[in-house]
Structures are given as C-alpha cells and as structure tokens.
Design a protein around this ligand. Structure first.
Ligand code: CU
Length: 402
C-alpha cells in the first residue's frame, strides 16, 4: 500500500471556512475570559447543573461550606468513595486554583505550565498501541495514577505541552468486565488541581470527581453496570481546557458473556488546538479550543500514526473497534473504506445491535462498538468521514493479509 498516495488522495489543501456559532448568552458569558475569579465563579455556578464536572469542581471551590463528606458514600451496588481518600472530607480550598488559569492572561491561556514543556527536545515519539489489553481475570482492577504535566511528541516535528494521566495522551487504556470492581486513586503531581471522571461509573460527582490540589489524592471504587466504550477525563474547570490539553482516555467494559472472538482495537478520537511553537513545544490554546477549529484531529493522540504503521488482521478475522470520542467538541463519523460494519452496538454490547452499517457517529463524550468481518484482503482506510476533520489526522489503515 502506498500510504502516502492514499493520504494525499484524501487530503486537499484548503482554507478553513469561518463559522459563527451562536451560543446561549449565559454560556457565552462563561466562556469569555473573565476579568476576575469572583465573576468567573458566579457565572460558572449558574451553569454547574448543566456541566456536572464543572459543578464538582465548583463544589470543591465553595467558600461557604465544607465539601461534602467523602466518608464511605455507598452508591447502591455500583460504587463507593473510599474514606481513606487523602484530603477527603475537608474543605478543599486549594481547588480555587481551578479558575486561576483564566485570570490575568490577556492573550488567552495555554497548557505551557509547570513541567509541561520540560525536556521537550529529548521527548521521543512512540506509536500508541491500539490493541485492547486483556481484561482482568480477578474481577478487580486496581489503578493508582498520577496527573502529570509532561511534553508529548505526537509526530516527528511536533511536541505538545501536555496535561496528562500517567504522562501520555491519551491516558492508559483500561479493560474490565461488567460488574468488576474498579478501585481507582488519582494523585496530583501538578501545580494545577486535577480530577477524574469515569463515564462508566455511577458516583456522586461532587465527591468522587472532585478536584485535588498538588500532592493530594482522591480514591473511589465503582462497578461498571453496562458494557461499552467509555470515556474518562479530568473534570476540573474549565473542563474544555483540561480535556483539550490531554486529560482523557478510554475504559472498555466487556460483557460478562464474551462477545464473538475478534481482533480488538481501541481508537480514541480527539482534537488538538495548538499555539505556535515556543522553545520547540506547542502548547494547547484555550482560546483556540473555544473557536472549535482544531489544528489536528487524531486517533490515539498522533495524527496519521496508523497510516505509517497499520493495524493488522487476516482474511476471516472479525475485527472489533471500540471507538471513543474524547472531543473535546467534535464527533467522529466512523467509516472503513471498502468495508461495511457487520454489527454496530449502539450501547451495552451484545444488546442494541444493528447490522449492515456504512458509517456511524460517535458523539463527543461517547463511545460505540463497531465490528466487521474481513472477507477480502487489502488495505482498508478507517476514517472520520467528516473529512474536514479526517484529513487533519483522524485516519489510519487496517491491513488485511490473505
Ligand atoms: Cu485536569
């Protein structure tokens, strides 16, 4: 396969159209860079019900009342917040820093904070492995992750100033089964508060998904109730900035009864909104995120990486793509050129299956499961068929050997 020719055939140089997106006045007010923290908080409070992650962060920011006690809050049969959580059950005043990013930056805010740019020149590129790791067989998944600011090389010539889980964009792929116990701890190594919001969990977000300041941790436990491809992300305000700077990933929940045998891959689409390079690093740019006009759109954090090194399968294989769209804003219109999806599970596989599908969309913050059967050999591009974004890097190749 002449990958470059393929890429060129799918790309054309063009001028991005300029669009004006009307917004609700209150939302517009929040999204504008406020001149002081009090103004920001008051505007954000009004929106906290509409943006749960923001609400969680604001709850932690509240000055009037202590944060809701985190001491063992049982949640039906799906999860608990552990009483051992460091810093839990006390007023989390340091999370006022959530809004610090938004003040005093006349030219907009970027992710070039802390250690996000340190050692960028020596940061090596690595292909992000898209193969679904095996699920735990013990019925339990224990994770202790760190929120870290770190440079990430996303292509030969681009290093970004990342806010990360575990030092990479996206964060680690996690795989479990419905009903498994996920015990999760986040320790924040960064100056800015961070948090964790698992879409596969059902927990009080004000408690479990609260922001933690530098050096502190939050611990919670949950049991996924449904199978599917679930996003996780930092929910600290402004959520757009934290997801947009790299703090997202995928938790794949398989059903208790295994799906048909398949080669399983995980693809997480996300957008990159980048400032000009400074000292060899491109920071994520909050004002650009608000524009919703990305510089790159990628699968697993690197533009075109699976063109350069395709996914592998053989004739007769069933291939299963767990596709998560991390946004922060745009959907993924998932399509495989030269193939059709045998099955798309609209939710909770193996339920909600539809068959004979050419393209199906994954919304920002959502995930779907796509299956095809490799009947013929060849090299099949998988793309975001919204090509204004597909050609910015959300494209790869499934190579099917005879
Ligand atoms: Cu964060």
């Amino acid at each position: 396969m002449e990958s470059h020719r393929l890429r060129e055939s799918l790309m054309t140089d063009h001028e991005e159209p300029r669009t004006v997106v009307p917004r609700d006045a209150d939302v517009q007010a929040l999204l504008l860079t406020p001149t002081d923290r009090r103004t920001f908080l008051s505007r954000a409070s009004a929106l906290s019900l509409a943006i749960p992650g923001l609400g969680a962060a604001l709850a932690a920011c509240s000055t009037g009342e202590p944060a809701k006690s985190a001491s063992s809050t049982p949640r039906a049969d799906t999860g608990t917040v552990q009483p051992k959580a460091t810093g839990a059950g006390v007023h989390n005043s340091d999370s006022r820093l959530d809004s610090a990013l938004l003040k005093g930056h006349a030219h907009g805010t970027t992710s070039a904070t802390g250690t996000a740019t340190s050692g960028a020149a020596s940061t090596a590129f690595h292909r992000f492995d898209p193969v679904l790791p095996p699920a735990s067989t013990s019925g339990k998944v224990q994770l202790h992750w760190h929120a870290r600011e770190a440079p990430v090389r996303v292509s030969a010539d681009t290093v970004v100033a990342g806010w990360t889980f575990e030092g990479d964009i996206p964060g680690p792929i996690v795989h479990c089964r419905v009903g498994d116990t996920v015990e999760f701890t986040l320790t924040n190594d960064a100056d800015i508060p961070h948090s964790m919001d698992f879409h596969a969990a059902q927990l009080d977000p004000k408690v479990a998904f609260r922001s933690v300041p530098k050096g502190q941790s939050v611990t919670f436990t949950f049991r996924p109730k449904y199978a599917g491809a679930f996003m996780y992300h930092c929910g600290t305000a402004p959520v757009l900035m934290h997801i947009g700077s790299g703090m997202f990933g995928a938790l794949i929940v398989s059903p208790r009864e295994p799906l048909p045998p398949a080669k399983e891959f995980v693809l997480i689409q996300s957008e990159f909104y980048l400032a000009e390079a400074a000292n060899g690093v491109r920071a994520f740019d909050y004002q650009k995120m608000l524009s919703t006009m990305p510089d790159l759109v990628t699968f697993n954090g690197r533009p075109d990486q699976y063109i350069h090194e395709p996914l592998q399968a053989k004739v007769g294989d069933r291939v299963r793509f767990w596709v998560v769209d991390a946004g922060p804003t745009h959907p993924s219109h998932f399509h495989v050129v030269g193939e059709q999806f045998d099955t798309v599970y609209l939710g909770a596989p193996p339920g909600n299956a539809i068959h004979g599908v050419q393209t199906w969309s994954v919304p920002a913050g959502g995930g779907n499961c796509f299956e095809l059967v490799c009947d013929v050999p060849g090299e099949f591009p998988f793309v975001n068929h919204g090509f204004g974004h597909g050609q910015k890097g959300a494209i790869g190749i499934l190579s099917v050997a005879p």
